[in-house]
Structures are given as C-alpha cells and as structure tokens.
Design a protein around this ligand. Structure first.
Ligand SMILES: *Cc1c(COP(=O)(O)O)cnc(C)c1O
Length: 358
C-alpha cells in the first residue's frame, strides 16, 4: 500500500524515526478534491495538520483556511498572508474575538455579545448544533459545540450593521461517507440563510486505506440539494492530509512474551498518537533491511514503541514478517498524527521531518 517512491525515500532517510510527507501525492489528491467540487468553497481545517509545507501545497487549491485558535490564526497569517480565514473554536478569548477574519463562527449567545462588545466589524456564521440523527459516524460533535434552536433565537435580534449575520456553520460528525454527509446536507441547506458551512468529517478508513471518500458523488450531490445562489462551503481536514504522511522507523527488538510476538520500534505513539486515540491498527509496511538479529516470519506481531506504558501500541497481532533492523513505514500519518501527540513524554529525540517533492 506504500508507494514505491515513498519506500525508496524511506530507505534513504538519514535517521529514524522520521516523518516523511509526500507532497506530490498531496498535490494530486487536493487537485482531485477541488475538481470534484465546482461551486463549493473549499477550506482546509488547519487543526488536522498545520505543517507549513502541506499548507503551501493546499493553498494552490483551497479558497481559505479554517483556524480554531489564535495560534493557528497567527501561523497561517504569517505563512500565507491575506488568505481568507474562517475563525472557529469553542471558548474564544477576547483577543481571539478581535482577530481579523473572513468569517467568524460564533458558538454561543454570550460569545456573540462579547464579539459585539469589541466594537469591531465581524461577519458571522452561527454554529448550530441541530438535533439531527447522525448514523455511522466515528465521532459526533454533540455536547458543547454550537447552539440549539433556543441559542440561535437569542442571537438573531443582536446583529447590527457592523456585526453581520452571514449564515450558518455546522460540523456534526467525523467519519461519514458521502451518502451520509449528503443526507445531512439536504436538511442543513434547506434554509433561507444565504451561506452555509457544512464542516468537515469526511470519512477516512485506516483499515482499508484504498477506500477513499467519494468526492465526486459528494460534489454532484451538493449541486442537487443546494438552493440557487446559496454559498456552500466545506472545511475538511483529515480526508485531505491523512494520506500524504508517513512515519518511518526502525525495529530495535523482536521478542516473544508468554507466546506473543512483539516488535519494538524506535519512537512511539508520542510521535504518532493516532492509533491510540482512534483505537485502531495503524497501517504499515515492513521493508526488510534488517540484519541477523531476532525476527519472526508470517505470524501475528504486535508493534510497539519505546514508551514505558502498555498503551504504546501502533498495531496489534498483525500477521507479518519482521526482524531487528528492518524499516517500518506507517501510512496514513498525515492528519491528527504528530501535532496531536505528547512529544515530550519520556524525552526521546524528536523525529526529523522530510518531504518528497517529486
Ligand atoms: C475538526 C474540525 C473540522 C475538520 O474535521 P475533519 O474530520 O478533520 O474533516 C472541520 N470543522 C470543524 C469546526 C472542526 O472542529
């Protein structure tokens, strides 16, 4: 599943562990997504991965960036000045409410009052938390996010000439396929509001990486359900950048404990937390570059890192062959990977970052 050029680059890396980003693959993927969504504004949700090289590639295809903190706002503004920014996130500070934006996603009536109190101009989308059935999601954004009908009704009379209501913002779930997202869109776009941001959450399958979100069906479906003249915007994160990232490391030990085979790898889930947070097996390829140390052939192996915790597991009981010194390339490590990880736990050296530029 790992492309030959990525395997070759992985073997040439000066040190392990390292992150290896395939920028031509990201470029191709983002171009295809853009092409599938004519007349839909495409923003990238920066929290999925704020890596500067990735943002520069995505900038060729997106209409703007969704930033969810003052930190992300400063990062994108410095790297790509003048781009359209949609500022979101629950619990915005007064300083964040004062940041320049193309749109600001207001999360509560009190937040709107605080925004009005800044005296600044603002273009607002109200983040709604509607009572809609969301089936098949990996994660639903119920709970504290946005407002129910009562909160929205409280906001509507507060708008002024300077603080203008532009429409609605929604981000209801993560891990939905195109048909499930289109069912939601059908309801959410059935509004008189001139602008609707449908959020992100497009599904990524770590178990079957070849099964990609159907952007073509989604684009065609949105064209059908939208109202004439309505501005429709989406802000995916994971489904844009997950595929282009790889975590490359090396096997330091292979052993058997009470009959179970373990491969211990340099680094760990403090560099790549995704399999722990998602509770999945991170897909990987073993490049047999090892020497004469211990190994196993075609049997279930659990791949772990160097952390002193039983939770430091990349993948459990996967049938493979692996030997000390082999290179292991984890795929799908381009979103919610390095940037969500607890880097300093145990104070191992940080990975290097390398980029395939094609
Ligand atoms: C996290 C987030 C996104 C991106 O979600 P993905 O699942 O990565 O596509 C988009 N919008 C909001 C408001 C978010 O919080």
């Amino acid at each position: 599943m790992i492309a030959p050029e990525v395997q070759e680059a992985a073997l040439r890396l000066p040190a392990a562990p390292a992150y290896l980003y395939d920028l031509p693959a990201l470029d191709e993927h983002a171009a295809a997504v853009r092409h599938a969504l004519p007349d839909v504004e495409l923003y990238y949700a920066v929290k999925a991965n704020p890596d500067a090289e990735l943002l520069r590639v995505l900038d060729r295809y997106v209409d703007g960036f969704e930033v969810s903190s003052g930190g992300e706002h400063a990062h994108v503004s410095a790297l790509l000045p003048g781009r359209r920014l949609a500022l979101g996130g629950p619990g915005k500070t007064d300083a964040e409410l004062g940041l320049p934006h193309h749109r600001i996603h207001v999360e509560s009536p009190y937040e709107l009052r605080r925004l009005l109190a800044t005296g600044l101009r603002a273009d607002v989308l109200l983040r709604i938390n509607p009572d809609l059935p969301v089936e098949g999601a990996a994660l639903t954004m119920s709970g504290p996010f946005g407002m129910d009908e009562t909160g929205v009704a409280e906001c509507l009379p507060l708008f002024t000439d300077r603080v203008r209501l532009r429409g609605l913002h929604t981000h209801l779930a993560s891990g939905l396929d195109a048909s499930a997202l289109l069912r939601l869109a059908g309801t959410l776009l059935d509004t008189d509001q001139p602008e609707v941001n449908l959020g992100g959450g497009m599904a990524v399958s770590y178990a079957a990486p070849a099964e990609r979100f159907d952007w073509v069906a989604y684009g065609a479906g949105l064209a059908e359900v939208r109202r004439a003249g309505q501005v429709v915007r989406i802000e995916p994160g994971r489904a844009l950048t997950a595929y282009c990232g790889h975590y490359v490391t090396r096997v330091v030990d292979v052993k058997r404990v009470r009959g179970e085979a373990y491969a211990i790898l340099l680094g760990g889930t403090h560099h790549l937390r995704t399999p722990v947070t998602k509770g999945h097996d991170q897909p990987f390829t073993v490049l047999a570059t090892g020497g004469r140390g211990p190994g196993v052939v075609d049997e279930p192996v659990t791949l772990v890192g160097q952390l002193c915790t039983p939770k430091d597991v990349f993948a459990r009981k996967i049938v493979t062959s692996v030997r000390v010194g082999d290179t292991v390339v984890f795929g799908m490590a381009g979103a919610y990977a390095w940037n969500i990880s607890h880097h300093d736990f145990l104070m191992h050296p940080r990975p290097e970052f390398h980029y395939l530029r094609g």
